[in-house]
Design a binder for this molecule. Structure first.
Ligand code: F6P
Length: 486
């Protein structure tokens, strides 16, 4: 296993005098004004959590949008602040956006154009010129913020996700000595879907400023290359998985992200809560089986399908009534976008209907927590689970799936996972389902809860060994090597 220390050494040896930058839209830390003064909190979940760990081990400059209401108060004249608060191992450089930019670039083009366009979930993407214009302007802002810090030095920039598609080309066009790697963390649609984007060609050309582009799964790479082949006058070497556009070579490969194996093992060691006991005491129930799920309230996550599965499971296997509960950590997300509000309401209505149907004595089958939760606490919840239920209709990777497998007890827990999550490749010993197949999902819940301990252990150990060897640091090393040398 590659440790954090190995990674630190690798960075020093490999990047030498190149300044190292990581850029994502969402920042790992936010500062908020409270009655007790300014508080700093972590933005739990998501790609920034992963990249925070990479930044901590590499002295990076991390560039991201400053969304906290006290973010501006605490930064210096370059909009910088050392983080994490106690360790201060790297610099967070904040980019501030106006309400209008947020509306058009983040809620608009990123999350109502590119997000539904990239996920095969049948939500229609919207195309507005004003959103596209703002997306270009905000990408320029991010690129300028990085270029300002590079000055005359050499640099390595790790650009992340669909909010930043134009940044790679903007960086390269500066003429500075910058190696640019881009990681696209969500799926990439087939050409027949992608081609409807009126600015698809510009998006592709923007990304081709990168020296390397990584995706979580092989089919996403193929879809991307096919879009380039059909929309850009570029030369494609399929054997080498390489695109040459205007004399610049971009390598494109699948490189599924790993998680910090050791971090989770350490958090688990200190997790003392007995969640089942706690819930039974609080509710006056006698539950024996606990299923856990952690998702943003997003239409790509297959939440309606998940609750239909639970409904069918309780109907088909009534012996589990009063013995089983599903505990869902499900924070609201992107609520400024109408389809997210409608979806959230539909999910909560369905849960209410199922709870009404089955509730008996003090027992109700579904328990939801719509607040965010600290990372340590979430891992404690996974640790207590008899099963995790993760059912996205389409998902770049799904980090939660990998974290669950590492967190629950190996002879107790099992994961039911959508085969449409990127993580399904690495977690092929889980119970894989098609989330649209409700009957299959209901049976998989039953199978997970009744699987002999020996089989659970065998499956879990296979997955854990894989997660150990392909951890976050080996992922980051491969990403950096591919961007630097290929
Ligand atoms: O993986 C896709 C992604 O957009 C990540 O970039 C992000 O961490 C996560 O989903 C949460 O999205 P948002 O930042 O819009 O809340």
């Amino acid at each position: 296993m590659i440790s954090k220390e190995n990674f630190e050494k690798f960075i020093k040896k490999t990047l030498k005098d190149r300044k190292f930058f990581i850029v994502t839209n969402r920042a790992p830390y936010i500062h908020t004004k409270t009655q007790e003064g300014i508080k700093v909190t972590t933005n739990a979940g998501g790609v920034h959590t992963l990249l925070d760990l990479v930044a901590q081990a590499s002295n990076a400059i991390y560039v991201a949008y400053g969304s906290g209401n006290a973010d501006k108060t605490v930064v210096d004249s370059h909009n910088m602040i050392p983080v994490p608060p106690k360790i201060k191992s790297y610099i967070l450089k904040r980019v501030f956006l106006s309400k209008k930019e947020l509306e058009n670039y983040y809620y608009g083009f990123s999350n109502q154009t590119l997000w539904p366009l990239s996920h095969a979930v049948f939500v229609k993407p919207e195309f507005h010129t004003s959103w596209w214009e703002s997306y270009q302007e905000v990408n320029r802002k991010f690129a300028d913020s990085i270029l300002e810090e590079i000055g005359n030095k050499k640099a390595f920039v790790w650009v992340n996700d669909y909010h930043m598609a134009l940044v790679p080309k903007m960086l390269k066009d500066s003429g500075k000595d910058i190696r640019v790697g881009m990681f696209w963390h969500i799926p990439w649609a087939t050409y027949e879907i992608f081609r409807v984007n009126p600015w698809g060609k510009e998006i592709l050309i923007g990304m081709l400023g990168s020296d390397f582009i990584g995706f979580h799964r092989g089919y996403q790479v193929q879809n991307f290359i096919q879009s380039v082949q059909r929309m850009v006058e570029a030369k494609i070497d399929f054997d080498q998985s390489q695109i040459t556009y205007k004399n610049h070579i971009t390598k494109v490969e699948p490189l599924p992200a790993g998680i910090d194996y050791q971090e989770i093992i350490d958090i688990k060691k200190n997790a003392k809560l007995n969640l089942k006991k706690h819930l039974n005491r609080e509710m006056g129930t006698k539950i024996e089986y606990l299923a856990v799920g952690v998702d943003r309230l997003d239409y790509t996550k297959g939440l309606l399908e998940r609750f239909h599965m639970i409904n069918r499971f309780l109907e088909k296997y009534p012996q589990f009534q009063e013995k089983f509960i599903y505990y869902g950590i499900m924070p609201y997300s992107r609520t400024h976008i109408p389809v997210y509000r409608t979806y959230s309401k539909a999910v909560i209505d369905l849960c209410e209907k199922i709870n009404w149907r089955y509730s008996h004595n003090y027992w109700t089958p579904i328990h939801l927590n719509n607040e965010g939760m600290s990372r340590d606490k979430v891992i404690t919840y996974y640790k207590n689970a008899d099963m995790c239920l993760i059912t996205p209709l389409d998902d770049g990777l799904n980090l939660v799936a990998k974290e669950c497998v590492l967190s629950y007890e190996e002879e107790v827990g099992m994961i039911v996972l959508s085969k449409f999550a990127g993580a399904a490749d690495d977690l092929r010993h889980s119970l894989l389902i098609n989330p649209y197949n409700i009957e299959q999902g209901a049976d998989a819940i039953y199978q997970a809860l009744t699987m002999p301990a020996k089989e659970k252990k065998e499956r879990n150990m296979k997955m854990r060994n894989d997660l150990k060897s392909k951890n976050i640091y080996s992922w980051a090393i491969k990403f950096i090597e591919k961007t630097l040398y290929e």
